[in-house]
Design a protein around this ligand. Structure first.
Ligand SMILES: NC(=O)c1ccc[n+]([C@@H]2O[C@H](COP(=O)([O-])OP(=O)(O)OC[C@H]3O[C@@H](n4cnc5c(N)ncnc54)[C@H](OP(=O)(O)O)[C@@H]3O)[C@@H](O)[C@H]2O)c1
Length: 366
């Protein structure tokens, strides 16, 4: 009989000592204890010990969502291979695990040989690679459709047991935005290529490094008096906390009953674009008049701005504003995984203070 080994989160603040707690907790500064299931005594291994456990390849593991998933899975003792195009800018991930636990591999999902090498010996795969803006060879079709299908097909050929594929809430072949249409086609191709793939559709994801609240806060800082309220600010979202998404990914990886299912991960409350901007203004302690602007103007602005480096809006993003991204209510979500969703009001104040005039030294009016 093989000896079962598990990692458990340590006893720092906010840690849950119950069995399996490490799958649900994302401690900010974990102390990790090594345990042997068959021994009543917890063993302590030196920091140089390499966990002899299963290997997960995470395509796109250096991105916003990926780094949180890497930390959650490192806490559970997975050996992690992070497959990205620019491993040299992803070394910040290594201290999330023990020595040798996390490795980086230069991989382009547009290339068969790269993907096959990244899958070598992997027990499980998570694919997070996606684009919000096209540039050069990085096209929505090449990444969301062909890249996703390539990872799924080669993972099946390599005998990988579990595949978690990240799509997005709002993915539909009928959606106005190409991002959502290619995400939907990608889902279908993944399901055809890898029987039992788990599809995860997160809502807009927020957290300290997000490109949502941070983006609005940055734009608000640049615009002195007014801020455009595209479509009257009526577009509805249900933003989900990145820490909850990471816990969900870790739970799904260990739960074989999730194979073949689609999960929709959304936060606890629905918000309109106007409410998102109001929260951003409040937390950055700034005042702007929100001026309603028709969605067609957003499209026109996006059509020109998308050619500017670091464009704040593209034509496709303007089209994304035309669709509410809310859970359908028909698919399982965070609560079905035992995770209570965290709302933006609880997290956003912890990082938007950077955009106040005097940063952390500026208190909000009571
Ligand atoms: N963030 C959100 O609000 C949100 C909402 C809904 C769904 N999602 C989905 O969640 C997933 C993760 O999103 P994210 O926000 O973490 O994305 P992200 O921050 O843009 O990260 C993308 C990752 O993909 C890698 N990558 C890009 N092109 C690649 C290629 N050709 N080959 C290999 N790696 C490549 C990037 O690293 P390199 O550049 O070094 O290659 C990076 O690690 C995506 O599927 C996204 O659609 C995100």
């Amino acid at each position: 009989m093989t000896r079962g080994i598990r990692w458990v989160a340590g006893s720092g603040p906010g840690h849950d000592e119950r069995e399996g707690a490490a799958t649900r907790g994302l401690p900010s500064c974990p102390s990790i204890r090594y345990e042997d299931r068959e021994s009543p005594r917890a063993l302590r291994l030196p920091m140089t010990a390499i966990p002899q456990s299963r290997l997960v390849t995470i395509f796109g593991g250096s991105g916003f969502v990926g780094r949180h998933i890497v930390r959650a899975l490192a806490n559970e003792g997975w050996r992690i291979r992070i497959a990205v195009r620019r491993p040299h800018v992803a070394h910040f991930l290594r201290p999330m695990g023990r020595v040798g636990q996390i490795q980086l591999l230069k991989t382009n999902v547009r290339n068969d040989d790269d993907v096959a090498a990244a899958l070598d010996g992997a027990d499980a795969v998570i694919n997070l690679v996606a684009l919000i803006k096209q540039s050069g060879a990085q096209r929505f079709d090449a990444i969301h459709v062909e890249g996703s299908e390539r990872v799924a097909r080669l993972a099946a050929a390599a005998g990988v047991k579990r595949l978690i594929h990240f799509s997005a809430l709002g993915a539909s072949t009928e959606a106005p935005a190409r991002y959502f249409r290619t995400k939907a086609t990608g889902e279908n191709r993944v399901q055809d290529a890898f029987g039992g793939a788990t599809i995860v559709r997160p809502a807009l994801v927020f957290g300290a490094e997000d490109d949502f609240f941070n983006r609005f806060a940055g734009l608000i800082r640049m615009m002195p008096l007014f801020f455009p309220l595209f479509g009257g600010g009526k577009t509805r979202f249900q933003p989900v906390f990145v820490g909850d998404v990471a816990r969900a990914a870790a739970t799904l990886l260990g739960d074989e009953t999730s194979a073949g299912k689609i999960y929709e991960l959304a936060g606890p409350e629905e918000m309109t674009l106007k409410q998102v901007l109001e929260l951003t203004l409040r937390e950055t302690n700034r005042k702007r008049v929100l001026i309603p602007v028709p969605l067609v103007i957003a499209r026109i602005k996006g059509a020109f701005l998308q050619f500017v480096p670091g464009a704040p809006l593209t034509y496709d993003q303007a089209k994304m504003l035309e669709t509410d991204t809310l859970p359908s209510g028909r698919a399982p979500g965070l609560r079905d995984l035992g995770i209570t969703p965290t709302g933006p009001e609880a997290i956003v104040p912890s990082y938007l203070w950077r955009f106040r005039k005097r940063g952390q030294f500026e208190a909000l009016p009571q």
